[in-house]
Design a protein around this ligand. Structure first.
Ligand code: ADP
Length: 672
């Protein structure tokens, strides 16, 4: 196992900004150096995983066994003593959830396109012996061709006795959970998945959930009753299908097999859903092998032998990414020759590579350090760092409520593992339980035994370095309990607390780092949403330039060279000009300043803390106990056609439906 650093990752990938986070992980955009392909890098801190560590193994093992056009592909797994990185197929279109809320709801025709893909993915996943158990629109991502990819297999189950084997662990997100799960009964994974697909279908067609309530007990009652409203726009065919899927009695529910050629699913199509994999596991492509053999200067036979081991190392990643290029009709070419990836790999090669990577080999991988002329922080929790100290509590936040039902107790009690231990009758549902059910509760994945735990070594104990990391993370907190605004302007920060020279130096550095976090990464973040709509990205916004800066952890006196994003690129004088896209809300205004000011005046009213960077507002909400419950961005921008002001929204963390209601509330109260 590589030492506790990022070198193995940085040898092969550039790492950019955070594009999502969940119960376990931070997900960052990355680029595979040899192929130039974008990837998503799911980063998990072992110390934060605790008992959930074996869940990650379950997810990795499941994803290694799944290769399907509608399942997100795993390319590479890297484990260090403190972190696990999963390199995944990148889906630039964001979550299906965001797509639904942007459109309010989808037409029956568009829903059918997506639903057929969901059925295809699930039929395949079930055929491989897995139940997903956490189906929801947040776990379906849209790829560059506007196709869906299923993600997040952290809660999946592969019962040893096959798909007919009854499961006990109640997991997933309450609103999508089948009645038998809610009631703590033994259940069949595939049947429970069909219920969740019914809820998902309803969400697509209606733009809201069939079973919803702030109060958990009321929500569970609604689910176990299985009654929901039928908005007037639903066709009789849609109502019938949902009714057949959301049958309280699982034995009366449709099966996935029946869904493949269901009349509603077939409407407008001549064939049933194709669920077989178009990319079966184990296939070896000649062109990719030839290219790799040439690049790595080794025989084709040897290359085939190495690739066929499917180690999910750099060779697997290179092969799968080349194959992805080929499938998209792009040249099967590697970017540059590089040495054979084996033990003869020398430190000099490493340095040369990292120069091109613009990353440093840092001991814990969280410090922004310079090689060449550019700095990028590679902190798996960088978003939090600009707000609050990195503490275990805010590394456990999850996107959506997760739950367990203890089968050991005589009463069926729902446990919120993150916040309060027990959700009592009549108490409101917690918006963000922090963790999935603990592994020891999960009895279904019998293949995971104690010896499997050895596959992942436990994290190193906390060191003085990790404590310093926490101190560093504290750096830009400039809010008070009653003041929502966190002003990061340099004058304010400097004037606020320059008690000592060192403090002021630290603050300046932190503030510059904050700018870097925001600005150096923004072109890539933009490209994530802009790629989709073909919007213009200012090519002048590439990382260039140089400035003096220090690395706090390495000593304040150590001066290194880096870019000055604020001087080269911003803060922007005006709002960005973009094309309309689905995560942009159009206003009737033409004055961006006015719209920005309206939003600024509303955020404190809604108890939303924010950091303002030009026309972008990095927002967050906190629970009464100071836990970050939601993070999102609002950016005021100018649209081409029509020429009006728009507001780009992006959820980074927090329950998707709560986010929807909050942003709708902010925008409608701002009367824009
Ligand atoms: P967790 O297992 O911690 O719940 P997820 O796998 O659900 O984490 O990922 C969290 C979020 O990160 C997702 O909801 C999504 O927004 C983003 N994300 C995950 N995988 C990808 C990907 N392959 N491409 C783009 N974004 C991704």
């Amino acid at each position: 196992m590589p030492a506790d650093n990022t070198s193995e990752l940085l040898k092969h990938y550039e790492v950019y900004e955070t594009i999502g986070s969940g119960g376990f992980a931070k997900v960052k955009l990355g680029r595979h150096l040899l192929t130039g392909e974008k990837v998503a890098i799911k980063i998990m801190e072992k110390k934060d995983l605790g008992d959930d560590l074996p869940r990650v193994k379950i997810e990795i093992e499941a994803m290694k066994n799944l290769s399907h056009q509608h399942v997100c592909r795993l390319y590479h797994v890297i484990e260090t003593s403190s972190k696990i990185y999963m390199v995944l197929e990148y889906c630039p279109g964001g979550e299906l959830f965001d797509y639904i809320i942007a459109k309010d709801r989808l037409s029956e025709e568009e829903t059918r396109v997506f639903f057929r893909q969901i059925v295809s993915a699930l039929a395949y996943v079930h055929s491989q012996g897995y139940a997903h158990r956490d189906l929801k629109p947040e776990n379906l991502l849209i790829d560059e061709d506007h196709n869906l990819k299923l993600i997040d297999f952290g809660l999946c189950a592969k019962p040893k006795g096959g798909m007919g084997y009854e499961l006990l662990t109640c997991c997933g997100s309450p609103a999508y959970a089948a009645p038998e799960l809610i009631q703590g009964k033994a259940y069949i994974g595939s049947e429970a998945d069909v219920w969740s697909m019914g809820v998902l279908l309803y969400a697509l067609l209606c733009g809201f959930l069939p079973f919803d309530d702030d109060n958990c007990m009321v929500l569970y009652r609604k689910i176990t009753r299985g009654t929901y409203s039928h908005p007037h726009w639903l066709s009789p065919g849609s109502i019938l299908l949902m009714n057949q899927m959301m049958q309280v009695d699982p034995k009366r529910r449709l099966t996935v097999k029946q869904l493949l050629d269901h009349p509603w699913v077939l409407k407008g199509y001549s064939t049933p859903v194709e669920w077989h994999s178009k990319h079966p596991l184990g296939h070896i492509d000649d062109d990719c092998i030839t290219e790799m053999a040439v690049a790595f200067k080794q025989s084709r036979q040897r290359t085939i032998k190495i690739v066929s081991e499917w180690k999910y190392d750099h060779m697997t990643a290179t092969y799968l990414l080349l194959l992805a290029k080929k499938r998209q009709g792009r040249p099967v070419r590697l970017r540059a020759e590089r040495p054979v990836l084996d033990s003869t790999y020398s430190p000099l090669q490493d340095i040369q590579l990292k120069k091109s990577l613009r990353f440093s080999e840092d001991d814990d991988g969280v410090h922004p350090v310079v090689l060449g002329s550019v700095v990028f922080p590679l902190d798996c929790c960088d978003d939090e760092n600009s707000w609050t100290p990195l503490t275990p509590k805010n590394t456990h936040t999850t996107n959506t409520p997760r739950m367990i039902l203890t089968s050991e107790t005589s009463e069926n009690r729902w446990y919120d593992l993150g916040q309060s231990p027990i959700i009592e009758r009549g108490k409101p549902c917690p918006q963000k339980p922090e963790r999935r059910e603990r592994t020891r509760e999960n009895k279904e994945n019998l293949s995971v035994n104690s010896s499997d735990r050895d596959v992942f070594a436990l994290p190193a104990p906390r060191t003085p370095m990790s404590s310093r990391k926490a101190t560093r993370s504290n750096r830009t907190v400039a809010t008070t309990p009653n003041n929502n605004i966190i002003n990061t302007s340099s004058d304010t920060n400097r004037g606020a607390a320059s008690a000592s020279k060192e403090m002021s130096r630290r603050r300046e550095m932190d503030q510059q780092q904050g700018e870097l976090d925001m600005l150096a990464f923004s072109p890539e973040r933009r490209s994530r949403s802009l790629d989709l709509a073909g919007c213009q990205v200012d090519s002048g916004q590439k990382r260039k330039g140089g400035k003096v800066f220090g690395s706090l952890e390495r000593g304040l006196d150590k001066v290194i060279t880096m870019l000055t994003p604020s001087k080269k690129r911003g803060p922007r004088d005006g709002p960005r000009k973009i094309k309309a896209q689905y995560n942009v809300t159009l206003t009737s205004h033409t004055n961006a300043e006015q719209v920005l000011n309206q939003i600024l005046s509303i955020l404190p009213e809604k108890n939303v803390d924010f950091i303002q960077k030009g026309y972008t507002l990095k927002c967050r909400t906190q629970s009464d106990f100071g836990k970050v419950t939601m993070q999102f961005e609002l950016e005021v921008c100018l649209l081409h056609k029509p020429e009006v002001v728009g507001i780009r929204r992006q959820r980074l963390k927090g329950d998707a439906w709560v986010y929807k209601h909050l942003v709708e509330d902010i925008l409608s109260t701002s009367s824009i």
